[in-house]
Ligand binder design. Structure first.
Ligand code: SF4
Length: 284
């Protein structure tokens, strides 16, 4: 399959230079490749998005999709996966979407190890509503709601997902499609909750290209199975400092998924119901 076959006729309305283009241009070839290799048939793929500039991505990829509501793409994706475990569910969300209103969903999806891939378009600003701060905006950020500069520090979303039990934790950057493609492919093939924070530059309201270009580097000789090393690398940059910014797959672990555990739970409930029924019948 040619990635071009995955395009749609919907006009793309992102601003010129927006980092969302990189995510779109990385996910299409990965989906085409996985379909071609017979690893993930396209008819089994479902894309889910929330609300924000990122969310338009589902209109631009010719695949099954669900445009959900603000902060809720993860529970929607979880429901789809539980209802039909044969589907490969990829959830796109924004920092204002899943790090603010939807943060609890992110934490619980990581804790439960829901077998979905979550890609966060982390531009560190509310772009669609023209420039308010989000949970990953740095201290001092001047936007429409903080004209004198943000006084609180940002969160490190990788640290939150890692501490919540996430079994695949990665970071990409919208200036570098090769690495994004590698990460997306691994994330989709991972059994369990895959989390990818993409430093997706908002060219219009928070242009960070120069800042990132001076600091990013790709992890090399890094063992993602080493949790102590993963934690160290995740903490290397806290979304606020001028430290170097590592990109790549920080952590990976095999563990039973929410779907596996849910199926076991349902079978125990069935056994329990059978026992209760027999006990009640014995009294009749
Ligand atoms: Fe991209 Fe920012 Fe424009 Fe939204 S406002 S489309 S995030 S550049």
């Amino acid at each position: 399959m040619n990635p071009k076959d995955l395009g749609t006729k919907v006009p793309i309305t992102w601003c010129p230079g927006c980092g969302n283009f990189a995510i779109l241009n990385a996910i299409k070839p990965v989906l085409a490749e996985l379909d071609e290799e017979g690893l993930v048939p396209l008819e089994n793929v479902v894309l889910v998005s929330g609300i924000g500039c990122h969310a338009k991505i589902v209109d631009y990829v010719n695949a099954n999709s669900f445009y959900s509501i603000h902060g809720r793409p993860i529970p929607v994706a979880t429901g789809i996966k539980l209802a039909n475990p044969d589907l490969t569910v990829i959830c796109f969300s924004g920092d204002g979407d899943s790090y603010a209103e939807g943060l609890a969903h992110l934490i619980f999806a990581a804790k439960r190890n829901v077998d979905i891939t979550t890609i966060i378009h982390d531009n560190r600003v509310y772009g669609l509503t023209t420039g308010q701060y989000t949970p990953t905006s740095p201290s001092g950020f001047k936007g429409r709601s903080t004209p004198a500069g943000l006084v609180v520090p940002p969160i490190n979303p990788l640290e939150i997902v890692f501490a919540s039990g996430g079994t695949f934790v990665a970071r990409g950057y919208s200036h570098g499609i090769g690495l994004l493609k590698d990460i997306f492919r691994e994330a989709i093939l991972h059994q369990g909750f895959s989390f990818v924070d993409v430093l997706q530059v908002c060219a219009t309201f928070f242009n960070m290209y120069e800042y990132y270009n001076e600091r990013v580097y790709t992890l090399e000789d890094h063992d993602p199975l080493d949790d102590a090393r993963a934690e160290e690398k995740i903490r290397e940059w806290d979304y606020n400092s001028d430290a170097s910014i590592p990109l790549g797959i920080f952590y990976k672990e095999e563990a039973s998924t929410f779907g596996d555990n849910f199926a076991k739970y349902n079978s125990k409930i069935s056994d329990l119901n059978g026992t209760i029924k027999k006990t009640l019948e014995s009294y009749i």
